[in-house]
Design a protein around this ligand. Structure first.
Ligand code: DGL
Length: 241
């Protein structure tokens, strides 16, 4: 069994990619929407939250954990790896992908405050050629996506991103953001979009192989901490789309 978690429905954008390549494993998707947003929480609080989630997933039989959240990955992955013996896979903004494909193109990188303020993010950012990169923190955006507030999302993007029209590359450094790709394109035009999900799948495949974790029967269990039925409906809908 493989455990995947995020502060809600955003991590489904990663989970979907995992399922495309590894449909025969059993999964628990843990949507911690009651604690959404993670992006504004301090390190101590986020460590406590994610430690409890990983404990729960391990006790439920998960042999690998995927942190399908950039914020929790940037802030908590080291702590979690030190405190649990199961492999823990993290996601990071796709800065390297841009570097490999179009390092000289104007790039806009969006992420939560938690991710952008983190040491891990700074390390990653400084490692690659970023002279053409604009960084924009998007406080409040993951919350709007989580609540599915379509009009407010459009308004938010217009106000915050219109000034970046003309960038070639858009890095979505939060797993909630790929849920609104069309809305980004409405404001920014036809940009090349990058996110970290593919990197997670590659690493998960490697870890599963190295640790000889056996496939199951393709069962998926969905858990949402706010216990709202709408969350489950949205989860299955995104997987189907
Ligand atoms: N989906 C998360 C991320 O990738 C966090 C969003 C939030 O809860 O602030 O950063």
């Amino acid at each position: 069994m493989i455990g995947v978690f995020d502060s809600g429905i955003g991590g489904v954008t990663v989970f979907k990619e995992i399922l495309k390549e590894m449909p025969n494993y059993d999964y628990i998707y843990y949507s911690d929407s009651i604690n959404n947003p993670y992006g504004d929480k301090d390190k101590e609080e986020l460590i406590k939250i994610t430690e409890d989630i990983v404990k729960y997933l391990v006790n439920s039989g998960c042999k690998v954990i995927v942190i399908a959240c950039n914020t929790a990955s940037a802030i908590c992955k080291e702590y979690l790896r030190e405190h649990f013996s199961v492999p823990i896979i993290a996601i990071e903004p796709a800065i390297k992908q841009v570097y490999d494909k179009n390092a000289e193109g104007k790039t806009l990188l969006l992420a939560t405050k938690g991710t952008m303020d983190s040491e891990k993010f700074r390390e990653l950012y400084n490692k690659y050629n970023n002279k053409m990169t604009y960084l924009q923190e998007c406080g409040g955006l993951a919350d709007l996506i989580e609540a599915d507030k379509k009009l407010e999302i459009k308004q938010y993007l217009k106000e915050k991103l219109e000034k970046y029209k003309g960038v070639e590359n858009l890095v979505l450094g939060c797993t909630h953001y790929p849920l609104i790709i069309e809305e980004f394109k409405e404001v920014l035009g036809d940009v090349n979009i990058y996110h970290g999900a593919k990197g997670v799948v590659k690493e998960l495949k490697r870890v599963v192989e190295v640790n000889k974790i056996k496939p199951g029967s393709g069962k998926i269990k969905f858990i949402d901490t706010s216990k709202k039925e709408a969350k489950a409906n949205r989860f299955w809908q995104i997987l189907k789309d």
